[in-house]
Design a binder for this molecule. Structure first.
Ligand code: AMX
Length: 435
C-alpha cells in the first residue's frame, strides 16, 4: 500500500465512528427548515449534503480541509524554483486533511506517473469527433470510454464487502486523475494544433509541469497550470459539477461514469462554461473599442446594454458567495506580478471598478462581486491559449481532483444512494394554505 493510501485508511477507520454516532444518537434531530422559495428556487442554502473535503463561507470563500487558498498555496510543497505547489500535494491534502511532506508528494508523483498510460482506444474516441465539437463533449466521452478499466466494477461483481468500497474506488480515482492532463492536452492539440500531433508526457515532470509540456507551453505556464488546477479543485458539494459527481456515484456507478457526468454539468454557461463566456463577452467589448481601453462611461454603457438585453454579466454573481471570490483574487495577484501590462487584464480590472455598482443598481443579483471565471481566461489568453472554448476543460481537470476525493470518502463512510423527495405544485399550494 502506498503511504497516502495507508494514511487514508487510518483516517477512514478513525472517522467512521463519528458518522455512526451522529446517525445513531441524533438521527432524528432537526437542524434546518425548508421554505417554499428554496423548493422552487433550486434548493439554495438547504443544508442537506455532507463533506469534509472543503467548505464555502459566503464572505470568506473556499477553504480546503480548513485551509484558505492563500494558506494552501503557501504550505503545500513545491518543485524547485516553482511559485505554485504540486497538484499531487493537493490531492494528498484533500484526501487526508494533512499537508504532506516533500518526500510524500514526491512518492505520489511517481505513483501518478505509473498510472497515467492512456489506452489507445481513448485516442481513437477523441479522434473520431468532428473538429467542430465542443472540447467538453469530447472530454466527457473520453472519460466515459475509460469505464471498462474500473477496478470497482470487477470487485463489485466478485462480491466485495461494503467496507472495502473505498479501496478500489481509490484505485479508479487515482488512475483517472493521473490521465486527465494527458487527455486534456491531447484534445487541445487535436483541435487547435493538429500539425503538432500527440505530445508524449515527460516522466520527470509533475502533474502541472507535464500538462504545460504537453500543451507546448514554456514557463511560467507550469505554474499557471498548477494554480489553475488547485484553485478550481473543489467548492464544497452543492455546486452543479460536484453535486452531479456525488449524485451519480451514490448509485455505485463507478468514478468514470460519475466524472463524465460531472463534466457535463460543468459545461453549462451558468457554471464552468462562464469562463469562456467571459472571454467572448470581453472580446465583444475589445472589438467595439478597437483594443483601446474605454472610458468609465463607455464601460458602464456596455454593461448596461448586456443587462438590458436580458443577459447575465458572465463572471459576476454566485449562488453562495457574497464577496469577491478569493479564486479571482489569487489570479489577479498572479496577473499583477506576471502580466500587469496585458491589455485584456486592464479591461478586466477596469470592469471590476464598474460592474459591482451597476449590478447593485440593477437590483437583481444577490452577489454583485466577481467570481473565479472573471479572471481565469485572461491568464490563459496571455500565455497563448486563446481558444476560449477550451477553458472549461482546464476547469474540469481541476474539479476532478475534488470530486474524486469526495467520492472516495462517500464510499468510505457508506453514504447511501441520494434520493430527495419531490412534490407537485398542487401539494405545495395545499401545504401553504393549511399553514
Ligand atoms: N448578471 C446579471 N444578472 C444576474 C447575475 C449577473 N452576473 N447574477 C445573478 N443575476 C440575476 C439572476 O439571473 C436572477 O435573475 P432572475 O430573478 O431574473 O432569475 C437574480 O439575479 C437572482 O440571482 P441570484 O440569486 O443572485 O443568483 P443565483 O444563485 O440564482 O445564480 C449564478 C448564481 C452564478 C448562476 C448567477 O450569479 C449568474 O448567472 N452569474 C453569471 C454567470 C457566471 O458567472 N457563472 C459562474 C459562477 C461560478 C461558477 O460556477 N464557475
Amino acid at each position: 500500500m502506498s503511504t497516502l493510501k495507508e494514511k487514508l485508511h487510518k483516517k477512514i477507520i478513525e472517522h467512521r465512528p463519528r458518522t455512526t454516532k451522529l446517525l445513531k444518537d441524533y438521527g432524528d434531530k432537526v437542524i434546518a427548515k425548508v421554505t417554499v422559495e428554496q423548493v422552487i428556487g433550486g434548493m439554495r442554502g438547504i443544508k442537506s449534503l455532507i463533506t469534509d473535503i472543503s467548505y464555502l463561507d459566503p464572505y470568506e470563500g473556499i477553504r480546503y480541509r480548513g485551509y484558505t487558498l492563500q494558506e494552501v498555496l503557501k504550505k503545500l510543497p513545491k518543485a524547485k524554483g516553482a511559485e505554485m505547489p504540486y497538484v499531487e500535494g493537493l490531492y494528498y491534502l484533500l484526501l487526508t486533511g494533512e499537508i504532506p511532506a516533500q518526500n510524500e508528494v514526491e512518492d505520489l508523483i511517481i505513483d501518478f506517473n505509473n498510472r497515467r498510460i492512456v489506452p489507445r482506444y481513448v485516442w481513437d474516441v477523441i479522434d473520431s469527433f468532428p473538429s467542430e465539437s465542443h472540447p467538453m463533449a469530447i472530454l466527457s466521452a473520453a472519460v466515459m470510454s475509460l469505464e471498462r478499466e474500473s477496478h470497482f466494477n470487477i470487485k463489485y461483481k466478485q462480491g466485495m464487502n461494503k467496507k472495502d468500497y473505498w479501496n478500489s474506488t481509490y484505485e479508479d480515482a487515482t488512475n483517472l486523475l493521473a490521465k486527465m492532463p494527458l487527455i486534456g492536452a491531447y484534445i487541445y492539440n487535436k483541435l487547435y494544433h493538429p500539425e503538432r500531433g500527440h505530445r508524449y508526457p515527460d516522466p520527470s515532470l509533475d502533474f502541472g509541469a507535464n500538462f504545460a509540456y504537453m500543451m507546448g507551453k514554456d514557463k511560467p505556464y507550469d505554474d499557471v497550470s498548477r494554480m489553475y488546477f488547485i484553485i478550481h479543485a473543489d467548492h464544497e458539494s452543492g455546486n452543479v459539477s460536484a453535486h452531479t459527481g456525488h449524485l451519480v456515484a451514490s448509485s455505485l456507478s463507478d468514478v468514470y461514469y460519475a466524472t463524465s457526468a460531472m463534466i457535463n454539468g460543468l459545461a453549462g454557461p451558468l457554471h464552468g462554461l462562464a469562463n469562456q463566456e467571459v472571454l467572448r463577452w470581453l472580446q465583444g467589448l475589445i472589438d467595439l473599442t478597437h483594443g483601446k481601453l474605454p472610458s468609465k462611461d463607455e464601460l458602464k454603457a456596455y454593461v448596461w446594454k448586456t443587462l438590458n438585453s436580458g443577459q447575465v454579466i458572465p463572471g459576476y454573481g454566485h449562488a453562495v458567495l457574497r464577496k469577491t471570490d478569493p479564486r479571482y483574487t489569487v489570479q489577479r495577484e498572479f496577473c499583477l506580478k506576471h502580466l500587469p501590462n496585458d491589455n485584456i487584464f486592464k479591461y478586466v480590472d477596469a470592469l471590476y471598478n464598474v460592474v459591482p455598482d451597476i449590478l447593485k443598481e440593477h437590483g437583481k443579483a444577490k452577489n454583485p462581486w466577481p467570481n473565479v471565471d472573471a479572471q481565469s481566461g485572461v491568464v490563459q489568453w496571455h500565455y497563448g491559449v486563446t481558444q476560449y472554448d477550451f477553458y472549461t476543460v482546464l476547469f474540469a481537470i481541476g474539479r476532478s481532483i475534488g470530486v474524486l476525493s469526495n467520492i472516495i470518502w462517500d464510499r468510505a463512510l457508506g453514504y447511501p444512494l441520494e434520493r430527495p423527495k419531490s412534490i407537485t405544485t398542487n401539494m405545495l399550494e395545499e401545504m401553504v394554505q393549511s399553514k
